[in-house]
Ligand binder design. Structure first.
Ligand code: ZN
Length: 253
């Protein structure tokens, strides 16, 4: 199985999984880049996967279904037109044409019913975990998002993370503000700047690197706690409170 980024809108990636003549897309916010790629490569769409209901993730579903009626897997807890295979925590999505099975995780926080898919060392996590960052809390609580991120962080370190936005450099700028003395962050900034200058995506990225550079996964680090407390102007009694203070700071960063 090969996984291809199809750039969409300003900074979205629609992920296309392919093997033989079979293709599956994740979060097709628009249909045109998908249809163009399928035609150029002589591929047949076999299924659609959805992580959450935001328009830049589901906007192309109706047009894709009009071209070919395929199974649409998506969060059982969100009302999304076109989903005929609702999924939630513990479900397994079989993609026979690709020879891969994906395990479903409930990862609420960005939206109330957000799901992620994991299999073959690849994680499709929508707008929950980003490179050196995490999604905004539109519908969930800090505690929910904290738990969702911890669930993803428990996956094997060699997991490749396929998030849906190219936010890496702006997230790393925030990470450097949180931990100015963290050398892994400055190294990642240099590497990511070089990739962007060469017009390459910084996604996917290995989960193991997030433990060293993502402030939202480093809420137990004394340096992170110190900065979060300074920004909040008070002591923070738990990792969830540190996470919430970081997320609020990032919102106005
Ligand atoms: Zn979203």
């Amino acid at each position: 199985m090969t996984i291809i980024p199809l750039p969409a809108f300003r900074d979205n990636y629609i992920w296309l999984l392919r093997a033989g003549t079979c293709a599956v897309v994740v979060d097709p916010g628009e249909a045109a880049p998908v249809l163009r790629y399928l035609a150029d490569e002589g591929l047949t769409l076999a299924a659609i996967l959805i992580t959450h209901h935001h328009p830049d993730h589901v906007g192309g579903v109706a047009e894709l279904l009009a071209q070919a009626p395929v199974p649409v897997h998506g969060p059982a807890l969100e009302a999304i037109a076109g989903i005929d295979h609702p999924v939630g925590e513990g479900d397994v999505v079989c993609l026979p044409g690709l020879g891969v099975e994906l395990r479903v995780f409930d990862i609420p926080g960005h939206t109330a019913g957000h799901v992620g898919y994991y299999g073959d060392s690849a994680l499709f996590c929508g707008d929950t975990l980003f490179a050196a960052g995490c999604g905004r809390l539109f519908e969930g609580t800090p505690a929910q998002m904290f738990d969702s991120l911890q669930k993803l962080a428990a996956l094997p370190g060699d997991t490749r993370v396929y998030c849906t936005h190219e936010y890496t450099l702006s997230n790393l700028a925030f990470a450097a503000a949180v931990e100015p003395a963290n050398g892994a962050i400055s190294e990642r900034i240099a590497a990511s700047e070089a990739m962007r200058a060469a017009n390459q995506p910084t996604v996917p990225f290995p989960l193991s690197g997030e433990m060293l550079t993502n402030p939202f996964l480093r809420v137990h680090e004394p340096a992170v706690i110190y900065q979060a407390e300074t920004q909040a102007g008070r002591g923070l009694a738990s990792p969830v409170e540190v996470f919430a203070a970081l997320r609020e700071w990032k919102n106005r960063f």
